[in-house]
Structure formats: structure tokens, C-alpha cells
Ligand binder design. Structure first.
Ligand code: SER
Length: 879
């Protein structure tokens, strides 16, 4: 019997609930606890730590979930399969049951079989199911053969590829590292009317046998390619693609024909503007719009890095496939209402963010269409100029880097035109770019080779959250890029102390300055940087000598630190205010916090208007006014996650984290130093807001006395303007309006006077012509006029005299402009540019123009008069 996708999902949950599994929600599409993954790619991701480490707080040993997954990169990447097969998606739902040290192979296999074949559940014909097992996994093989009674010819052993251990399709790994183990997979035979051979056949590309369920026996942890360690207990992780099993239950051979996709694919077909298209384009668009909508619903916006970059690639690929079926207008956002209406129980997730999703898609698509138009014209012209049928990686990279033309698109186009692409060169360039970007981040303060310090295993203790001064011991000194035992007067170097109150630049907050001294020497610290586990005080010894093992007094510049702290706390208030006022799609993309100002980069798709800027400023200043206590709590990362405290930078935190709270208004993970109370910030003022890359905005702001002094400067400027206008501050705007109005009136008047003056000149000159062979010729010299006016005079004279040669000269600043106008009847014999060139030849000038009008400039005025006489003869002889 046919079953809707939602029904299949519900049955899966109910089945495992009956088998004593706890139903847990799927995790976010963006993993919060795993730096090795950009997007959740499997149901087990959220349980990675439970598989790897014993977690006493986790109370379930049997769990069932439905997990949103995205497979667009890394070990599990289906991006390029979408459209080319009818069974792959970038975004899909994975049904999964898990056992954490509870049941193992026998029950896992029995449950899967029961769910798929029993009359009460999916009731699939047993003979249509085929099994694969890892070649060394005799236990699973025996269970299938002897307990489940699957015929031997339908149980296939799958070995390692090229005899390399753990490379088998039946050895599942989450990523390049992490939990892994042998797996057994269940395939469904869709019938002999379809092409395809049973599983295990490497050359087969047919669609007859499809994998529906993967049961992984998690037994190992992959540390790297060489090291795989056994886990402390064995677990089970299974995954079944909801869309695939739904396609079987709905008796359709493509996932894109199931209930969930049908309204969407129908609409895309309706939108297409050609009869003759391949269905793969429809599939790609349907898959990608669903993936984009879910990614945006996680508050990601298109950009050039990380999650934003994946989103951008997906959107752009959908647009390109739209173009392939003749869709000419911006269309992606128009698919959203249908998508929402057709995805069943999940619709509320997207509904809540519908505006945001549509707006982002609209904006990204219009930007991309512009980029494409420009880039494609350019690519076309570059292709035409190619000397051979090969395109260089450099050119492909330049088109991307300078004009934003996606490299995969350029490669696609070149392939279609049979142009060979130099992939090796692209790889080398990309590597070089990555290295360059990395080098740029090396600190710029003192000429220090970071490796010298980083490569040594030294560490120091930071104790400066509440302390500004401490007695400590020098453990290392680096001068001239080498370790030494002492630093002498006037030498630059790095001191490393056993413990220090100096904060090293991290998380956007700049390093502290201050003084390290004892009775023998005094070292000024300009900056503090982290070198792996060591805190380096970078500066200069201004007197005496300091030696390794010396006991010193280390004291930070507390004035500077207080300013930095005020700016750091203000940054937290700004972040929360932005999210409150503009929306939860705002995420921190970076920050830079100094004693002078703060800079905050965040995801947002358009510029922020002044009204919103004022709202944000007011919100931050209100929190400052409330003088809220800024609290710090140390807790485990797990506890922070449970309280839903997340940060974009969570990946770099350790097992325990500092949680900074300003009431409930702002709660963030933060390792930086902060003001005691919000009142310490004093005042908050935004000084600029701009876009720094696609989808990323930057706000710069100032606080405290600096903000006040900025306001004073502005006030002073206003007062100066008021004094100039001879009015009061309050009346400035009205005064300037009046001035502008008067100015416009005067401009009109002047332009009338100019017109009149030009008329007078034209009248006068029109009577002053000489005839050279009957052609009226005017040669006249002006002083301090402009070229535009002279050209108008020439136009008017041409009109008035109908047939004439006019040479006008304007002398100013010991140079002359010569403008020549000739009516078309004469330009058959003498053209303005030829006449000009003849004149310029002896006058050391430059210029050019058309047959009817030419303009030149000369610096040598001595022979001008003489040449103007000679030119009459030249005209005569050429007429
Ligand atoms: N983790 C396995 C997979 O993704 C089973 O869930 O296929």
C-alpha cells in the first residue's frame, strides 16, 4: 500500500519506540560541537562524543532520530551526483536508530529486517532485498544467512579497494577522522525492467538495485590514516534515506517523484520556457531550492567562506540549471511557497523564516545574474583570443578572482566547447592563495619569525582577568629570532613569563601593553601575542639588562586595558542588539577590539538605514544606563550547549568554557576581558556601517570618552558652519536650504547670461570671416575661456554660416587650446583633424578629433601667430 513520506517517517519512529528507543530530535544542520564538519552529514554526528567517550550524563542507550543532512563536501559529497542520478540529494532526511553499548549486530540486523519486511510495518517482499557485508565481518554474514535466512546468493561480501585496509564501501567513516566501523547494507531490487547489476559490481551505473539502509557497527576511532584505535565499547549507527524508502513505498523509481517533490517539480516544469529539456535540470533545481531554504533557515547567508560559500554554490548551481531550461527571470524565491506547502510536517521550520529565505534568494540571484552577464561576455572574448584549445588555470582563476565568475561554471563552459582545462595549474594557484592568506595573518608588530617561538614547547599562565600586576619569573627570551639568556639595553625582543596579567591578542581583542621590570632592567611591552601555549610580551628593553630566571614585576597599562574592556563589552551588547533589531540571521563573522574603537563584522544582506542605526545605538546605550553586572561563569562545553549558548567560534574552545552574561540580554562564550558593569562603557556611538564582502557588513563604533569627544568634534563643526552662515546651530539646515535654492537661481541666471554672451560673440564673429577661395574662414583668439564654451560657439557659427572653417584659440596659463570646426560640405577636402595636425606639427602640440571637430593643445606660443598665417595658405592650397 502506498505511504506518504510523513507516514513512513512516523512508522520508523513508532517501530523503534516499540523497541524501547528514545525518540530524540535531529540536531541542527550546522554542527555545534565538531570543527571537522561544516554541515551535519549523518544522524550519528550529534552522538560523535557519545560513541567516542563514555558520557555519564547521557542517559539513553537506545535512540531513534530523523536527521536533516547535507552532503556537499568532505568525505560525503553528493553535490555533483544530484541531477545525474534520481536517488541523490544534497539535503535529505536520514532515519536512524542507535545503540550505545546496548544491542549489537544480531538485534540491529533483526530490527532492520523486521521493519522492512513485516506485514505490520513496510511489508517489502523479502526476495527483493539484497545484502552487502564487509568481507571480514563473518558474524554479520552468518546472521543474515542463518538467522534471517537470506539466500547466500543475495549476501555479497565487499572487500577493501585496491587492497588498502578500511577503504571498502562497507567500512563506514564519518570523515577523515572519527568514529568508524564495518557496515552491512540493504539494497532493494526495483525490478528487471531497469538497467543495473547487483551490488558489489564496481562498473555498474544502473538504477535497478538501490541502497536503502546502512547499518554501521561502530568499533573504531580513526585518528589518522595510519592509526585506528578500538573504541571502549561497540555501538550501532544506522541510516536510511527517507526520500529513497518513500520512493519505494510510493512505487516510483525516482526520489523526485515522491509526494514531497511533486508539487515543486511540477511548478519548475511550468516555469521552464522550453519543451525540450532534460529532467535532470528539474531535479537539480528541486533539490537545491530545498537545501538552500533549510540552510538559510539556520541563519546562514551566501558569502565566500565556509557555510555561506556552500550555500552560494548551491544557489548558483540552481540558477544555472534554471537558465538551461529557459527560465529568464529571477525565479528561485517564487518556489518557496510551494516548497513550504509540500514538505509536510517540516513546513513550520521554513514558514517561520519565509521572508528571510525569499529575500536572501532574491538578492543573491540578482547579484549572480549581473556577475554572470559580465563574466560570460568576458570569458567569450578570452576564449576567442585563445591560441590553442587549452585554457590556463591562471585565466580561470582571474575570471573568478576579479570578476566573480565561478570556476566550476567556467570549467563547464570550456568542456562544452572542447577546450582543455589545466586543472593542475588551478590546484597550484589555489594552494598558493591559501598560503598567501595564511601568511598575511602573521603579526606585523616586530620583525619576528613566529615559528621560532611556536616551535618550542613553552607555556605560560594567564592570570589577568582580575589582576593587573604580578611578580613573575622570566622563562625565555627571544632576540633577533633566537633564544638567548639575556636582553640588553635598546634591544627588541620577546619575553615569556611563567605567569602574566598581559592578555595576548585573541578572539579579536588586541594584546595588552605595559611594563616588565626589576631593579636591573626595564622592558616596555608594546604588544602581547600568543605563540601556541606561550604568551609573548613583545617590546624593547629601555634600560639595564634582564635575564632568564629573573624575578620581575609585570604590570599592564591599565588605562589601555580599561578602554579595551569597555569596547569588548560594548561589542557583546552590539551583537545582541543587532540580533534583536535586525533578526536572528545575524551572526558574528569577526571582530577587532582595541582601546580606540571596536569593529564588528556580521552576516546581513543589506545596508542598515539610519533609523535602525539609531535604534541599535539606543538599545546599547539603554543597557549601559542600566549598569548591569557583567558576569563570568566557567562551565563545561556540554553544559553551555545544553543552555543553548553558542558562538561561531566554539570550535576553538576547550572542554571548559567561559560564559559571559549581561543579564539575559547577552550570553556568549568569550575568552576576552570585560568591564565589570555595563555602566563602565559610558557611551556607545556607531561611526560607520558598510559592506565588506557579499553578505557581510561591518560596524565600527567608539565608546566612553572617545565617543564623547567625537560628538564634541561634530558639534564644533556644526558651530563653525553656523558661524560661517551667521546663524544659530538650530537654523543650519534651513539656512543651507535657502543657500542651495539661491545658488540654483544664480546658476540659472548665469547660464542665461552665458547664452547671451555666446550669442553676442557668435554675432560678432560671424561678420569677421575672411574668404579663402570663397570659403568663409574665421580665425579668432580668446583668453581664459573654456573649451566647452568655444565648442558651443563653433556649433552656432556652423549653423549660422552653413559652410565654413573655424579655428578658435584659447590662451590661458602660457598654453593654448586650439579647436577647429569644419562644416561637412568642406570636410570632403579638408578635415578638422588634418587641419589641426598640420597646425600642431610646428607648434609642439598634441591633439586629435573627427573630420568635423578637432581639439589640440600647445605649449609653445611663440610661433602661433606665424603658423596661423601659414595655415591660411595651406587651406587655400587644399581647397
Ligand atoms: N552513519 C551511517 C551513514 O551515514 C549510518 O547512519 O550512512
Amino acid at each position: 500500500m502506498k505511504k506518504s513520506t510523513d507516514e513512513v517517517k512516523q512508522m520508523f519512529l513508532s517501530f523503534f519506540q516499540e523497541k524501547k528507543h528514545k525518540v530524540l530530535p535531529g540536531s541542527s544542520l550546522i554542527p555545534t560541537n565538531d570543527a571537522s564538519l561544516l554541515f551535519t552529514n549523518s544522524g550519528m554526528n550529534q552522538f560523535k562524543n557519545i560513541l567516542l567517550k563514555e558520557n555519564k550524563e547521557f542517559k539513553y542507550t537506545r535512540v531513534v532520530t530523523v536527521q536533516n543532512c547535507l552532503r556537499t563536501g568532505g568525505k560525503h559529497n553528493d553535490f555533483n551526483n544530484v541531477g545525474y542520478t534520481s536517488k541523490h540529494h544534497t539535503f535529505f532526511k536520514m532515519l536512524g536508530n542507535f545503540s550505545f553499548g546496548d544491542y549489537f549486530k544480531t538485534e540491529a540486523i533483526m530490527y532492520a529486517w523486521e521493519f522492512l519486511t513485516s506485514k505490520k510495518w513496510l511489508h517489502l517482499p523479502k526476495e527483493k532485498l539484497w545484502i552487502t557485508v564487509y568481507k571480514d565481518d563473518t558474524k554479520s554474514y552468518d546472521i543474515w544467512k542463518n538467522i534471517i535466512n537470506v539466500k547466500e546468493e543475495r549476501i555479497i561480501k565487499i572487500g577493501d579497494k585496491k587492497n588498502q585496509k578500511y577503504t571498502s564501501d562497507n567500512f563506514w567513516q564519518m570523515g577523515n577522522t572519527g568514529p568508524c566501523g564495518p557496515s552491512t547494507e540493504i539494497f532493494y531490487d526495483q525490478g528487471h525492467h531497469l538497467p543495473g547489476k547487483p551490488p558489489g559490481n564496481n562498473t555498474d551505473t544502473g538504477t535497478r538495485f538501490i541502497e536503502i539502509w546502512n547499518i554501521v557497527f561502530m568499533q573504531f576511532n580513526k585518528i589518522n590514516n595510519e592509526n585506528i584505535t578500538k573504541l571502549f565499547r561497540s555501538s550501532v549507527d544506522t541510516g536510511m534515506g527517507l526520500e529513497r524508502i518513500a520512493s519505494i513505498m510510493q512505487n516510483v523509481t525516482s526520489n523526485y517523484e515522491i509526494d514531497l517533490f511533486q508539487p515543486l517539480t511540477n511548478l519548475i516544469v511550468k516555469m521552464s520556457n522550453t519543451q525540450n529539456f532534460n529532467y535532470k535540470h528539474i531535479y537539480v533545481i528541486a533539490d537545491h531550492i530545498r537545501a538552500s531554504a533549510f540552510i538559510i533557515s539556520e541563519n546562514v547567508i551566501p558569502s565566500n567562506e565556509k557555510h555561506g560559500y556552500v550555500l552560494r554554490r548551491i544557489i548558483r548551481r540552481a540558477i544555472r540549471h534554471g537558465h538551461r531550461i529557459g527560465i529568464k527571470k529571477i525565479f528561485l524565491h517564487k518556489l518557496i511557497p510551494t516548497l513550504i506547502n509540500s514538505i509536510g510536517q517540516d513546513s513550520h521550520i521554513l514558514q517561520k523564516k519565509q521572508d528571510q529565505i525569499e529575500n536572501i534568494l532574491k538578492l543573491e540571484e540578482s547579484k549572480f545574474v549581473e556577475t554572470l552577464d559580465r563574466g560570460l561576455i568576458l570569458l567569450q572574448s578570452k576564449i576567442q583570443k585563445l591560441k590553442s584549445k587549452t585554457i590556463s588555470g591562471q585565466l580561470i582563476f582571474e575570471l573568478y578572482d576579479t570578476f566573480g565568475l565561478p570556476m566550476d561554471l567556467t570549467i563547464d563552459i570550456c568542456r562544452k566547447k572542447n577546450i582543455t582545462v589545466n586543472f593542475e595549474e588551478i590546484k597550484t594557484i589555489m594552494k598558493h592563495q591559501q598560503k598567501k592568506a595564511k601568511n598575511n595573518t602573521f603579526h606585523r608588530k616586530v620583525n619576528i619569525n613566529d615559528d621560532i617561538v611556536t616551535n618550542n614547547d613553552i607555556s605560560s599562565n594567564f592570570i589577568g582577568y582580575n589582576v593587573i600586576e604580578v611578580q613573575s619569573c622570566i622563562t625565555s627570551i627571544v632576540c633577533n629570532n633566537t633564544y638567548c639568556t639575556a636582553i640588553k639595553e635598546n634591544e627588541l625582543g620577546i619575553l615569556i613569563l611563567e605567569r602574566t596579567p598581559f592578555y595576548a591578542e585573541l578572539g579579536g581583542q588586541i594584546g595588552d601593553s605595559g611594563i616588565i621590570k626589576n631593579i636591573h632592567g626595564k622592558f616596555i611591552v608594546y604588544d602581547t601575542q600568543k605563540y601556541k601555549n606561550a604568551i609573548g610580551h613583545i617590546g624593547k628593553l629601555i634600560s639595564g639588562t634582564l635575564k632568564v630566571n629573573d624575578v620581575v614585576n609585570a604590570k599592564i597599562d591599565n588605562n589601555k586595558r580599561s578602554l579595551i574592556q569597555a569596547n569588548h563589552s560594548a561589542t557583546h551588547l552590539l551583537y545582541s542588539s543587532l540580533r534583536t533589531i535586525l533578526g536572528n540571521h545575524i551572526f558574528q563573522k569577526g571582530s577587532y577590539i582595541t582601546d580606540q574603537f571596536l569593529r564588528f563584522d556580521f552576516s546581513h544582506y543589506s545596508s542598515i538605514n539610519l533609523t535602525d542605526i539609531h535604534k541599535i545605538e539606543t538599545m546599547v546605550n539603554t543597557k549601559i544606563n542600566h549598569n548591569i553586572l557583567i558576569k563570568t561563569n566557567i562551565m563545561t562545553l556540554e553544559a553551555a550547549k545544553e543552555k543553548n549558548i553558542t558562538s561561531l567560534f566554539h570550535n576553538k574552545y576547550h572542554d571548559t568554557v567561559r560564559v559571559l552574561s549581561i543579564n539575559d540580554f547577552s550570553i556568549e562564550l568569550c575568552g576576552g576581558t570585560h568591564a565589570n558593569r555595563t555602566g563602565d562603557i559610558g557611551l556607545f556611538k556607531i561611526i560607520s556601517e558598510k559592506g565588506i564582502s557579499s553578505g557581510v557588513r561591518r560596524i565600527e563604533a567608539i565608546t566612553g570618552k572617545i565617543a564623547l569627544s567625537n560628538i564634541h568634534t561634530k558639534e564644533k563643526e556644526l558651530e563653525d558652519i553656523a558661524i560661517m552662515l551667521k546663524t544659530h546651530n538650530k537654523n543650519i539646515t534651513r539656512h543651507i536650504q535657502v543657500l542651495l535654492l539661491n545658488n540654483r537661481k544664480l546658476e540659472k541666471k548665469i547660464s542665461k547670461i552665458n547664452e547671451q554672451e555666446i550669442c553676442n560673440i557668435v554675432n560678432k564673429l560671424s561678420k569677421k570671416f575672411i574668404c579663402i577661395k570663397d570659403v568663409k574662414t574665421i580665425i579668432h583668439t580668446f583668453k581664459n575661456e573654456n573649451s566647452k564654451k568655444l565648442k558651443t560657439i563653433i556649433d552656432k557659427l556652423k549653423n549660422k554660416l552653413q559652410s565654413c572653417i573655424i579655428i578658435l584659440i584659447n590662451i590661458s596659463d602660457n598654453a593654448a587650446i586650439i579647436i577647429i570646426g569644419i562644416t561637412s560640405d568642406i570636410s570632403q577636402k579638408i578635415t578638422a583633424n588634418k587641419l589641426l595636425n598640420t597646425l600642431l606639427k610646428n607648434l609642439d602640440g598634441k591633439g586629435g578629433g573627427k573630420p568635423s571637430l578637432a581639439e589640440g593643445r600647445i605649449k609653445n606660443l611663440i610661433f602661433l601667430k606665424k603658423e596661423l598665417i601659414n595655415i591660411k595658405n595651406w587651406i587655400k592650397s587644399n581647397l
